[in-house]
Write a protein that binds this ligand. Sequence first.
Ligand code: AG3
Length: 281
Amino acid sequence: MKNKALDLSRHEAREYHTNYSGIFFKAKKVLLDKKSKFQRIEIIENQFFGKVLFLDGLVQTTEKDEFFYHEMLVHPALACHPHPARVLIIGGGDGGALREALKHPVEKVWLVEIDQEVIRACEQHFPWLEEALADSRAELAIADGFDFIQQTRDRFDVIIVDSSDPVGPSAVLHARNFYQKLKKVLKPDGIIVAQAGSQLLHLEEHGQKYRFLKKMFEHTLFYFGPVPTYPMGTWCYNFLSDVIDPREVKKLRIPEGLKYYNQEIHAAAFSRPQFFLEKLK
Ligand code: AG3
């Protein structure tokens, strides 16, 4: 069974990346194992990584390394935008992206998560979620991201898509149709960033996505960062804007106290390795 992480007979939880490889964690404790209307939610405690959250058998977040991912997903866009007042986050029910967004001088951040059970589980196990939701600038909507953007009358300065992988059930959040709808609720000078998947494992998908995105946005960029517990280590993000080229921004507005993202990382993150460039041709 591919979508269950826990293997109690071995006291382990694991994610398969291919039929032949993956990552495993010794489970010191099983903190949660349940099925919601949408997915299987599992949380274990690991001696090194702390709490590890899986959705349908895929690692979403670990206490030890979540900052690599959440800082790289959120800060490049928010540091580039001159006035990021209204921010929309789609997915990201664990609250890591919300917590990072609130470090900027934003007026309001919407968190649109489809699965109430993910919110419930994370409120219990990841203390930063409750804290972030208690911020008066944060607003939680339990809704399908697709429906939300079709119905909202708000327009956003920055949209952050914290979805799951570009293959499987979350593939719809990586498709052309979704980005067309997103663009309609983005202000003309706004920025969309999206987690795009593993640099190596999802290489084919990146090529396909790039071909439609570059027709939709003046600046269609990929950037990269490591996430030690995600498939094959190096992770991809999309940066999309008609106005802002993140490589040209002179004054990045970087909040104090971050652990991964800084000016040097920003400058390096948009450099693409040769095998990746070949895919974008
Ligand atoms: N969003 C990205 C998770 C993708 C991980 N993929 C995988 N393990 N195959 C996670 C939500 C974190 N806020």
